[in-house]
Ligand binder design. Structure first.
Ligand code: 13P
Ligand code: SF4
Length: 305
């Protein structure tokens, strides 16, 4: 017989105490996971939480690179990813080997790597960034030449904000955000002419051009709370609508598309979280040699913002 959701949540909370665990969830997670988690946030906020939590176990409701980042920052904690196959297709578009080869072709370039990347790729990088701080990170660098990895759209957005650099973009992208077309945004804008348009910087440039605000998912949550903001067209993965609506019940949030869904983000379930806490698996542990190389790039970012 299947367990009822409220029974699963009760058991998760009991086990969480016994295990001295904290449950972190990304803003794209399913609604029941967000509601059960201790903390919901964007990639930057979640890395900061992973670095500072006193808990012994981190249950990461997100995708593989996020759990790896937690393991890089908190090597003595057990980091669990309730669905071991929950990856990020964009992160898989670059490997350490290919990056090493590209670096040889661009010996003067500083490697700025989006946090949506494997630990092995971070280990080959000079500094990391997230969608919340990418222009700030690049602007802080004295170097002129930038190799931006792996999201070409985020890289192009950064270049529009920090134009006095020479950029090379890795040809990666997020399939979910790439699938959002300008025509779809324009159609909704016509239907809701008074609404503000909040766009994630993983979107195509022609979609970003339609934005009132370009924001990380955490930035969107803060923007939605502003007293002058009442109706927002939300141009990112649909999972964030749950949090926006929950925190601002009197406001209206219109998803750009019901099909902007990240399948791997949605592969985490309450059953899998409970199973993780029961068995303390599947664990994500970055090998120490890679961790030691990767932590420099992550910490360099965390020191800037
Ligand atoms: P943020 O939540 O950091 O904006 O990132 C979006 C994303 O695609 C995470 O995979
Ligand atoms: Fe990766 Fe895009 Fe899914 Fe984020 S939404 S985890 S970038 S595929």
């Amino acid at each position: 017989m299947e367990n009822r959701p409220d029974e699963l949540v009760k058991r998760i909370h009991e086990l969480k105490k016994e295990r001295n665990a904290v449950i972190l969830a990304h803003n794209y997670q399913p609604a029941d996971i967000q509601d059960m988690a201790d903390f919901v946030g964007d990639s930057l906020e979640l890395s900061q939480k992973a670095a500072s939590t006193p808990a012994a176990v981190i249950v990461f409701c997100g995708v593989h690179f996020m759990a790896e980042t937690a393991s890089i920052l908190s090597p003595h904690k057990k980091v669990l990813l309730p669905e071991s196959s929950a990856g990020c297709p964009m992160a898989d578009m670059v490997t350490a080997e290919k990056l090493r080869a590209r670096k040889k072709e661009l010996p003067n370039a500083v490697v700025v790597t989006y946090i949506n990347s494997s630990a092995a790729v971070k280990a080959e990088s000079d500094i990391c960034c997230t969608s919340a701080n990418a222009p700030q990170v690049v602007a802080s660098l004295p170097d002129e030449e930038i190799l931006f990895v792996p999201d070409k759209y985020l890289g192009q957005y950064v270049a529009s904000k920090v134009p006095d650099k020479k950029y090379t973009f890795w040809p990666g992208f997020c399939p979910v955000h790439k699938g959002i077309k300008a025509a779809a945004v324009l159609k909704i804008k016509n239907a809701y002419p008074g609404a503000k348009v909040a766009v994630h910087p993983e979107c195509r440039p022609e979609v970003i051009a339609l934005a009132d605000e370009v924001l990380s998912t955490g930035g969107m949550c803060r923007y939605a709370g502003r007293p002058d903001v009442n109706q927002v067209i939300v141009v990112t993965e649909t999972g964030i609508i749950h949090r926006l609506q929950k925190e601002n019940p009197q406001k209206q949030f219109i998803p750009v598309s019901d099909t902007a869904v990240c399948r791997t983000m949605k592969s985490i379930t309450l059953e899998k979280v409970l199973h993780s806490l029961e068995t303390l698996t599947p664990e994500v542990k970055v090998p120490e040699d890679i961790r030691l190389k990767a932590i420099g790039a992550v910490n360099r970012m965390l020191q800037i913002i």
